[in-house]
Design a protein around this ligand. Structure first.
Ligand code: HEM
Length: 645
């Protein structure tokens, strides 16, 4: 078949047939190779050209003086009145700042703390639809379409995937403490088993800078950069608490865990938001790895002081985390050859012969037909910075695509890594916030990592939202403040509140084919019927999250929807190529040569084995990717591109 296709393509090109790439096709994954690759590349380019929308473009009616008083950020100047721009010299900013300023010298505030989220759709499409805020009622959606009856596992990945992705999102974005002076009031039905009368949900905190009348804007309360701020914090106050001030290291207890904050019972780290065991595992591992990197740097640079070791260690840790996310986490949850090629192209780049999967005839044909591929695709890392004309920020759409709560289980069973015997069973509600610490007390890290390395997370589909999150007690000590909430209701309402277009509108704005009927969305007739009923037979009303959870079939090997994936195709590369520390300044001068080599050579498995060597019997050569259930990786996968063990 493959040889036939190559032959066919060659004949077609010789006979000068016009065989152009379909313009941003809806289902790239249904085209034969190499048209799937080409159409996805075309789609990514179109999105990069048209869907990076700056939310600082409005002409504000407020005067400069008023905006200065309100702590407004201007992409070009930084905080108004403070002239950050002039403090942004390369000499003074050789490492990542806690506030994220001065990464892009032309736009010193971009990507920093309190910089606004951008958008991936035009601003005029992001106006909140007040009239339909409760249509359909989000709690009804939670009860009818999201409630988990039986746990539906996703078997291509393990639960480490769930903890890891939250570890990532808490680095990238946080919409901050809600505004408790303004509430949504979601009507509750009489037969509701958990809530009564109305569910009061505080609104998202307002943009402290105000904005134009035409659309709402929101600020990030952490830095937008991939800078490991979840470990290092975003303020001097947090940073002071986590550092030992000796040899660049971070604080750990004598048994290599994180110190606990007595005021709330959760560990002291950069961000302990929505803490649970799966998230805690990665904070502990990466704090240990930071200290290991500092040891290595000190050995090679004995005269360096605490600050130099810490700053260089942070640069290196942020980069190796970004690499592991790009080449390991994402290729585990998207086990698809085309997606893997794209991910490799984001980090290292790909050659025409790689695009042609080693077939020289096909590579020659590709270059002839599509000269833009003659150099392949350059990797973002180590190449010149490219902000594509739009100062860097993450986007509201990006947040919406990471509402991956169904990945969480409702319970888990810890098993011994030595004997595989059941040690203890936990309900998730007893493993979150301050209760997570007792799970660490009662079990070894090795047993927890082994358990999560083999257990399945929940599938990103309808009827699979964790029930503990649908009736979640947030303790008073939490950063968000006390509350009894249904996160499924909140996930739906937040997208509506923040002007996220509904599913079909979003597809149009993302150059994807819209659906005409419920059966276009899903091949599951029961789901189609349930959706029709909930959305009053109107496909335009389907919420972005619900449409994405309902999508079926998915591209081969995908752990979430193609619609989510499209947002990642535009933003995954952007996070790397806009950041000078991954591009212009990804050099041995900044990282040291040891650091650059370490980033290239280190994969998640190396880090697990370094700190937990007794896992070695489970992490044999067959386990190429630690985010795929370990026991399922029974043979060496020769086609698996990364990591190369
Ligand atoms: C036990 C684990 C978790 C708990 C208790 C939890 C709880 C919460 C809470 C309370 C919020 C804020 C709700 C609001 O807007 O008022 C939130 C937001 C969010 N969560 Fe989770 N979550 C957990 C795990 C996860 C995981 C695994 C992911 C996967 C990526 C995730 C992704 C998000 C996202 C994207 C938001 C929106 C953030 C924003 O608006 O800036 N969460 N979660």
């Amino acid at each position: 078949m493959y040889r036939y296709l190559c032959w066919l393509l060659t004949i077609l090109s010789v006979k000068h047939y016009t065989f152009s790439i379909p313009t941003v096709p809806s289902n790239w994954w249904q085209y034969p190779y190499p048209y799937d690759v080409l159409s996805l590349a075309e789609s990514q380019e179109k999105l990069q050209n048209e869907n990076l929308i700056d939310s600082y473009t409005e002409s504000t009616e407020q005067s400069y003086g008023q905006r200065r008083l309100r702590n407004c950020l201007d992409p070009k100047i930084g905080r108004l009145g403070r002239k950050v721009r002039y403090g942004c010299s390369k000499r003074r900013n050789k490492s990542r700042r806690l506030d994220g300023l001065c990464n892009d010298f032309e736009n010193p505030a971009s990507g920093s703390l309190y910089y606004r989220f951008g958008r991936n759709v035009p601003l005029n499409a992001t106006v909140r639809d007040e009239k339909n805020l409760y249509n359909p009622n989000p709690r009804d959606i939670s009860r009818t379409l999201m409630k988990r009856k039986n746990f539906i596992p996703v078997t291509i990945v393990n639960i480490l995937v769930t903890g890891w992705v939250q570890f990532m999102t808490t680095d990238w974005f946080d919409s901050g403490k809600n505004d408790r002076s303004r509430h949504f009031k979601v009507p509750i039905r009489d037969d509701d088993p958990d809530f009564y009368d109305t569910m009061e949900i505080p609104m998202t905190r307002q943009d402290s800078c105000g904005n134009s009348k035409d659309y709402d804007t929101y600020q990030n309360t952490v830095t937008h950069w991939w800078d490991a701020s979840q470990l290092y914090g975003i303020s001097k106050q947090i940073n002071r608490r986590i550092r030992t001030r000796k040899d660049g290291k971070l604080k750990l207890t004598s048994n290599n865990r994180l110190p606990i904050d007595p005021s709330n019972g959760v560990p002291i780290t950069g961000s302990s938001l929505n803490w649970w065991v799966g998230l805690g595992i990665f904070h502990i591992i990466w704090t240990r790895e930071h200290n290991y990197v500092c040891n290595m740097l000190k050995e090679r640079n004995p005269t360096w002081n605490d600050e130099m070791l810490y700053n260089t260690g942070r640069l290196i840790i942020a980069a190796v985390i970004a690499k592991i996310h790009t080449l390991e986490w994402t290729t585990a949850i998207l086990q698809n050859d085309v997606a893997k090629l794209g991910l490799k192209s984001n980090w290292y780049g790909i050659t025409p012969i790689e695009i042609a999967r080693g077939n020289a005839t096909l590579a020659a044909w590709l270059i002839k037909q599509f000269p833009q591929f003659s150099n392949g695709v350059l990797g973002a890392v180590g190449n010149p910075k490219n902000i594509r004309g739009v100062p860097y920020s993450l986007t509201q759409d990006f947040i919406a695509a990471y509402r991956l709560h169904p990945l969480l289980p409702d319970e888990f069973e810890v098993r011994s890594h030595q004997t595989d015997i059941l040690v203890k069973r936990y309900d998730m509600k007893d493993a979150v916030f301050e209760k997570a610490e007792s799970v660490f007390e009662e079990n070894s890290m090795e047993d927890l990592i082994y358990t999560f390395g083999n257990d399945y997370p929940g599938a990103m589909t309808l009827h699979n939202y964790p029930n503990f999150l649908r009736n979640l007690d947030i303790p008073a000590t939490s950063l968000r403040g006390k509350g009894n909430v249904d996160m499924a209701t909140i996930d739906i309402l937040r997208d509506r509140e923040r002007g996220m277009p509904r599913y079909n509108a979003f597809r149009r704005l993302f150059h994807m084919t819209p659906i005409n009927k419920f059966e276009d969305l899903t091949t599951n007739p029961t789901h189609a019927e349930e959706l029709r009923h909930m959305y009053n037979n109107d496909v335009e009303l389907i919420d972005f999250l619900i449409g994405s959870l309902a999508e079926s079939p998915l591209p081969e090997g995908f752990g979430f929807s193609d619609t989510f994936f499209r947002i990642f195709t535009i933003m995954a590369r952007r996070r790397l190529e806009s950041d000078r520390f991954f591009t212009d300044d990804y050099t041995s001068e900044y990282y040291t040569q040891w650091g650059i080599d370490y980033i290239d050579d280190t994969y998640m498995k190396d880090i697990l084995l370094r700190h937990y060597p007794s896992l070695a019997s489970h992490l044999q050569q067959n386990v190429a990717n630690v985010f795929i259930p370990w026991k399922s990786q029974t043979s060496l996968d020769k086609n698996f591109p990364y990591p190369l063990y």
